[in-house]
Ligand binder design. Structure first.
Ligand code: URA
Length: 282
């Protein structure tokens, strides 16, 4: 028996159909070109409920470093910002998340270019069919342009299902950083723009969801405030994962002195706040 009183929760993974077959039949490097994707880190499928209890589907873009280690998507800072958004509309566990791509994008231009890749699209649409055609999901949140394009392409082929779903097409959770880098505009400006965009979409999203926790539609400010980000729930990650994998302090970073080594290396570091071991000899 374990420690009395502590019952941990975890994601059971891909045990039931159709998800067992979807995970078993994932496309590899023959479909996802290694020039555009970090296929060497393996596919990362989802986060959240696959048992029919999801009420909202979130479509993200592609996994990053934290996701490559935790094997669930939207776990790093982008995921924590999104988790905070879901909390505002009263959703604490009834969600499921997919990315447009199973593998992390590599280099420039692959994101839009690979949206036209038919086998990639077919496999993504199989997941969307599995999650949206026979469930009680009432709303879809698309994070950024790639997700919106991928979702609307799926929706065009399934109009009778899609007509019953509310679509919140919002800025990607790390839009502000990307836009500041790409345009030279101050991060403060792009952050304010992103949060204003999220504020615009909050009321309609809330109106199309049945909340399971208190709703708090207090708008975001112009900068991220404490409390805007939320911890990733324990039940979302595989059994036995450390608490700090779900926390906001970054713990995984690509490192290396050149492109070869950087592509081959993710450095995982226990954040200072999680170093609970006794003092070590110097
Ligand atoms: N991590 C993900 O899994 N998806 C995103 O879109 C961003 C970060």
């Amino acid at each position: 028996m374990g420690v009395v009183g502590v019952v941990h929760q975890s994601c059971p993974g891909y045990v039931n159909e159709p998800f067992a077959s979807l995970a078993g039949g994932y496309p590899g490097g023959e479909v996802y070109p290694a020039e555009d994707f970090r296929v060497e880190w393996g596919p990362i499928f989802h986060r959240g409920r696959l048992d029919g209890t999801a009420r909202v589907l979130v479509l993200g873009q592609d996994p990053a470093t934290h996701e490559a280690i935790s094997r669930r998507i939207l776990v790093g800072e982008a995921g924590q910002r999104l988790q905070g958004l879901l909390a505002k509309v009263g959703i604490s566990q009834s969600y499921v998340m997919l990315n447009v791509y199973l593998y992390s994008l590599y280099g420039q231009g692959g994101g839009p270019r690979q949206l036209k890749n038919a086998p990639i699209t077919d496999y993504r649409n199989d997941w969307l069919d599995a999650l949206l055609t026979t469930t009680d999901i009432t709303a879809v949140v698309a994070l950024g342009d790639l997700a919106t394009t991928a979702y609307t392409a799926w929706a065009a082929g399934r109009p009778s299902v899609a007509n019953g779903l509310h679509l919140s097409s919002i800025r990607h959770p790390t839009y502000a950083e990307g836009a500041a880098r790409g345009s030279g505009r101050p991060l403060a400006e792009t952050t304010a723009e992103q949060l204003a965009n999220w504020n615009e979409h909050l009321p309609a999203l809330a109106a199309h969801l049945e909340p399971e926790a208190p709703v708090d539609l207090t708008p975001y400010g112009t900068i991220w405030a404490s409390g805007d980000l939320a911890l990733i729930p324990e039940r979302d990650l595989p059994a036995g994962t450390p608490v700090w994998w779900r926390d906001v302090a970054a713990w995984a970073v690509r490192s290396g002195k050149d492109a070869q080594q950087k592509r081959a290396t993710i450095t995982v570091t226990v954040p200072k706040g999680a170093r609970t071991w006794p003092p070590l000899p110097k």
